[in-house]
Structure formats: C-alpha cells, structure tokens
Design a protein around this ligand. Structure first.
Ligand code: G3P
Ligand code: MG
Length: 482
C-alpha cells in the first residue's frame, strides 16, 4: 500500500508519445529488413565463395584471391553501418524501455532466423547490438540512493523483496541500467569489502564506488592527519578502514587500549575478550610502528562504527580527550573527535530499534562534560547532513558515467531530474532528503525504524510505501521503465 504526499512531482511528460515511437518502429523495421537481407547475402556468398563445399574458411587457399575478402569487408561495413544507424535512433531519444524491448524482440527474431550470428564477427553479434543500444541510449535522468539497515537488510537478512527490486536495475546481461548507490550511515569495513558483502547478500554485482558509508567522508581528513597517530573506534575493522583512506599511523581502540596496563579496570570481568590473541596482534603492530604509541600523542579520534564495549571505550576516550591525547598525563587541550553518524537508533534484527552511534555520542558527551571543565567538541558526519546528499549526487553521476562508457554524460550536477532517497528513518533519511531539496524525492518504507500507518508528522516523506520493492515499482513506472 503506498501513500503519496499531496502535490508530489508529477510523472506526466516523462514518457514519449506513442506516435513518435510508432514512426521509429517503422524506420527500424525497414532497417532490420535490410540487415536480414545483408545476412542472407553473406551466407550465400560464404557458401558460393568457398567453391569447394569443403567448409574451409581460409580465404587464401579456398577462394579466389581478393574476391571473398572484399565482399566480407563490404558486408561487415554494411552491418556496422546498420549498427550505427540503430544507435543513432537510440541517441535521438528512445527513452521508453518498452519501445526498446519491442525493437530488441524484432532483432532477436529476425537475426536468429538468419545466419548473421554464425557469419559475422563476435563484436557485431546480437549482444553487440543489445549492449550498444543500452550504452548509447540517452542516460537515465534519475538516480536512486538506498538506505541499507531497515530498507534492504535487517542484520544480514534481505528484507522487503530487496534482491528482486535491485535486479530490476540491471539488464539481461547484468549490466547496470539505472544509476544507484547505497547511502548508509553504517560501516566498519572498507567500501570495497562492503560492496562484496552486499553483492553476495543481495545477489547483484556492486561496485565499491556505489557504497557510501557513514565514515566515507573521513577520507577528506586524510591530508590533515596523514602521519599523525589517530585512534579508530568501532565494530568490524575500523583501523583498516582508515588505513585504506590513506591514514598512515592508525590504531584501533582495541590495539591502543592494550598499550596501557589497567586502563580498563573491568577488563578482567569481560570473559568474552580473547586477551591473549588481542595482546599478541597489538604488540606486533606496536613494534611495527616507528614510535611507541603509548608515548605518542593521539592527534584525533575517529568513531568509525558502533562501539562494541561502551564502558571501555567511554573510559579510554575520556582519557585521550581530557589529556590532549596522552592518557594518564595532565589535563590538556582536547584533540578533535569525529563520529561517522549521529543515529540515535537503527533497525537491526530485534523487533524494536537498537541504540546507534548517536546514543553512544550522548553517553561520551554526558560523561565527559560531567568530569571535564570544558564541554566536549565533536563533529558528526552521515545523513541527514546536506553534504552527504550533495556527495551522493556526485557519486551517482560517476556511476552513471560508468554505465555509459561510450556516451558523453553531461557533468553538470543539475543533470538528474529526480534523485530518489529510499529510507526507513524519518529523522535521518527523510529529513536529509528534504533538506537537500530538489531534485531529491523521499520515499519512506515501513520495514525499519518507521512503522506508522500514515506519513511521519515531523518529517513527512514524498511517498510512503510498505517495502523497498514497492518503492522500486513506483520509481520504474514513474520513469516509464518496465
Ligand atoms: O549502524 C547502522 C545505522 O546507524 C544505520 O544504517 O543503513 O539505516 O543508514 P542505515
Ligand atoms: Mg536505515
């Protein structure tokens, strides 16, 4: 069941008038006819040209010199020109996917009944025509940003028909036809690894470029802290994430905490930690670093993903932040602190929402402010910050360019007529898309944080649907793509 906000963007004018399509179909049919004629000419010349019926395809021995090779070249050129003409029609504006499918059906029928496929070179095969049609037709004038938790996945489980919905953005050959990105506040692993994980969970091919995580903007801070000691906090592989961004002197909070005896007075009660393994890997990393990190000043702290051990992390963060980056020493100026997002809650496997990084930030801030004379200073990234949506627009343009390699895509940002944000969290996804303004269009699903019947009161979406599959149905029919 979907509910559209009043006066949402109309879908009229997005489809081409039928009449124009019919004219193109006429032209195309006659082109197909001549291609088929060329094909039969080629097949006849192939039979006659060999002269011996031996099946040999070596022109120098089986055919009169110059005759067949000229004829073959001529034929190849004609077929090639046919392909170019076919493309030209595509470039003039065959936006309507139904129309394209009709054309492809005719080509398939006609070409398979001829001997074209067996006689022309592979680059001029049906697949060539098909790919050319897709790659050179006008690029999509819309893009889609998918939130992950609560829209596509709950924990590691796909939800809301997510794999089926994403498949509709690819053609029969698995080539991306609609530019889309994952715009999540989550993270904890490098984008390349997340792309692989998502690909296997959702059963589609995903480029690392398509994955924008909460911590992705940390890359921009690399130059500032490139060679400084930084501490990376959170589940997964926070230090690997930062190293991949180019930071050269990074320790995870596990590694950093293990430098200091008794920094966590509760460690002995934490039966789940494998102390031996942890210490061994940390020690080898410490010796690998040029200076002993325990005596080095921490220049900044990055909360990359959700903290696993709040009590230890709050303690160690307060130690670092109150002492200018030298735990156990005198109070000094606070080093910069960065959070990948400020989500109070998110939807995981448990029926009700779980506390997110925003909740952890409140905990750190409350404790810090209670024990320190100056208030905590920090910067939070992630949705709903408008910069995240601006960046997503740029990334979508790059994704569009990657699916239209031989088409000159207009680099201007206004190129997209509509950008759809599909999210489950009104105060994060919908608020963000609303603040970003045109061309963003917000779609709220009921599979995650939002479970209401009507629209959200404070951050109403342009459209409310039950699932991501319903959202994709809506987008494709609005954009006239079957
Ligand atoms: O930690 C995950 C979370 O805060 C939200 O992820 O995909 O809903 O933006 P997402
Ligand atoms: Mg979400």
């Amino acid at each position: 069941m979907s509910m559209e906000k009043s006066a949402t963007k109309s879908n009229q004018n997005l489809c081409f008038p039928r009449r124009r399509g019919q004219i193109k179909m006429k032209i195309l049919k006659s082109m197909v006819k001549s291609a088929v004629g060329l094909a039969s000419m080629r097949s006849q010349s192939g039979r006659g040209g060999s002269g011996s019926g031996s099946g040999s395809s070596t022109p120098s021995t089986a055919t009169p010199s110059g005759y067949d090779s000229d004829r073959k070249l001529n034929f190849t050129n004609k077929i090639y020109n046919f392909a170019i003409d076919f493309n030209t029609i595509g470039q003039r504006g065959l936006h309507d996917q139904k129309e394209k499918m009709k054309i492809l059906q005719i080509l398939r029928r006609k070409l398979s009944s001829s001997q074209i496929r067996s006689t022309v070179t592979p680059s001029l095969s049906l697949a060539f025509f098909y790919r050319q049609l897709h790659s050179s037709s006008n690029p999509a004038s819309f893009g889609v940003a998918f939130d992950i938790d609560g829209v596509l996945l709950r924990g590691s489980n796909p939800i809301g028909g997510a794999p089926r919905a994403l498949k509709r953005f690819y053609d029969d050959y698995g080539t991306l036809k609609v530019p889309y990105v994952f715009l999540t506040n989550g993270g904890g692993v490098p984008e390349s690894k997340r792309a692989k994980e998502l690909g296997s969970l959702l059963d589609v091919n995903i480029l690392p470029l398509q994955v924008i995580q909460g911590h992705s903007p940390f890359k921009q801070l690399m130059r500032r802290f490139e060679n400084e000691l930084i501490v990376a906090v959170g589940k997964g592989e926070p230090a690997e994430v930062m190293s991949e961004y180019g930071f050269k002197n990074v320790l995870s909070i596990d590694e950093y905490a293990s430098c200091f005896d008794n920094i966590d007075p509760l460690a002995q009660y934490k039966k789940w930690t494998d102390k031996l393994d942890g210490n061994q890997s940390s020690k080898s990393k410490h010796t690998a670093l040029s200076n002993d990190p325990c005596s080095q000043r921490v220049a900044a702290v990055f909360v990359v993903s959700d903290s696993v051990d709040w009590s230890r992390d709050i303690q160690v963060l307060c130690d670092i932040l109150r002492t200018g980056g030298l735990p156990g020493k005198e109070i000094a100026h606070q080093p910069p602190l960065f959070f990948a997002n400020d989500d109070l809650a998110y939807q995981a496997l448990f029926p009700s929402e779980r506390l997110g990084m925003g909740a952890f930030r409140i905990a750190v801030e409350s404790v810090f402010n209670a024990i320190h004379p100056a208030a905590l200073k920090y910067t939070s990234y992630g949705k709903p910050n408008p910069s995240v949506f601006k960046n997503a627009e740029t990334v979508l343009m790059h994704v569009l360019q990657s699916c239209h390699t031989n088409h000159q895509v207009d680099g201007r940002k206004q190129f997209f007529k509509t950008l759809y944000m599909i999210g489950d969290n009104p105060s994060v996804d919908i608020k963000g898309a609303r603040q970003a303004g045109s061309p963003w269009f917000s779609i709220l699903t009921r599979t995650g944080v939002f479970k209401g019947k009507e629209n959200h009161d404070d951050f109403p979406a342009d459209l409310v649907v039950d699932t991501v599959e319903e959202a994709v149905d809506y987008i494709l029919s609005k954009e006239c793509i079957s």
